[in-house]
Write a protein that binds this ligand. Sequence first.
Ligand SMILES: *Cc1c(COP(=O)(O)O)cnc(C)c1O
Length: 372
Amino acid sequence: MTRPTAITIDLDHLRHNFRLAQTLHGGHLLAVVKANAYGHQAVSCARALGKLADGFAVATLEEALQLRRATIRLPIVLLEGLFEAAELPEAIAHGLTPVFHTAQQLDWLAQDPTASFDALWIKVDTGMHRLGFPPQDIPELVERLYRQRGIRRLTLMTHFAHADGQHPQALEQPLQQLQRVLHSLPPLPDLQVKTSLCNSGAILGYPAVRGDWGRPGLMLYGVDPAAPTVPQRQPLQPVMTLTSRITAINQVPPGASVGYGALFTATRPTRAGIVPCGYADGYPRSARQGTPVLVGEVRVPLIGRVSMDMLSVDLSDYPHLGVGSPVELWGSRISVAEVAQNADTIAYELLCHLQRAAVHYREAHDSTQPLE
Ligand SMILES: *Cc1c(COP(=O)(O)O)cnc(C)c1O
C-alpha cells in the first residue's frame, strides 16, 4: 500500500460553519483564508465558499494573487496591508483591498494620484499594539484622506488582543476607544464609515460586539479558538481530518524503550503500533506522551517521541487492533484543539503546519460547487 497518511477536507462542513458565522454575526463576512486557509487549501476553500462569502481575507499579496489566478473575483482584503510601494499598483490592478495601518503606506498612496479603492480600509490600534494607527490619530487622518484624495467610503478595522472570545471585560477599553473615534470624526458630507471588528473568538464569545464586516477564520474550519478549555460554544463541524493506518507492530518487552531518546520505557509487555505520521507531516513533535490517537474506535495513548516520519501508540489493551487498523490523528473524534493542548500549542499552529500528506475533499455529490 502507498503511505496511508492523508488529509480530508470536508467542504460541506466548511459551508455549514460559514453559515453559522453568518447567522451569529450578521452583516457581511470576509472568510479568512490566509496561510493556505489554515492548512485547508485556500483555492478549494474559497471556491467552496464562493456563493456564500462577501469576500476573503489573506495576509499577503501573493496569497491574494493565488486566488485571483484561480478566477476568484470577490473582494479580497490584505490584512497586513502593503509591504512596499510596488505592491500598490499590483493590488489595484487585481482589485485587492489592502488595509492601511502605517503612515508610510499612506505616503505610498499619496504618491500615486491614480490609485483608488472602492472603500479604504484603515486599521485602528485598540490595544493589541501590533498593527494600526493610534485612535487619536484617526479623525485627522480621515479628514486628510477625504479632502486630499476624495475618499468617501471608509472601513475602520480593529483586532482585539483578547481574540479567543473569553474576556468580555477586556473589551471595555477597546470598544470605548472605537466609539470615541467614531464620535470624533469630523462631519464630512457623504462620508460613509463602516467597521470591521470580529474574528472567530469575538463572533463566538462577544455577541454584543458586531461590526459591518466580520472576519472569521478558525471557526470556519470547525474549531473554537477557546477549545478545549471551554465546552464547544456553537455546533461547529471540524473540516479537516488527518488520518493514517497502523503499518507495523512492535513487541516491546518490559524494561525496553520505544523511539528516540528512550522517552518511553515499557513497564509491561507492550504492543507498540507504528503510525506513519510525524513532525515532517505537521504532527507536533512536542506532543506529550499520552496524547490521544484514535485507532479503530478507541482512543489510545501516544508513546515515546514523535519522530520525523512516524509516531508510536500503545495498543497493548486492544489485541484486535493491528497492522491496517485505521487511525485518526485529529478530526471529528479527536479534536485538533485537544492535540494542540497536549503539545503546548494552539490549533491554529497545528493546522497551518500540515504538509506532505495527500489532500482529499469530501462534499455531497449534488453540490452546486464542483471543484475544478
Ligand atoms: C487571522 C485574522 C483574523 C481571523 O482570526 P480567527 O481567530 O482565525 O478567526 C481576523 N482578523 C485579523 C486581523 C487576522 O489577522
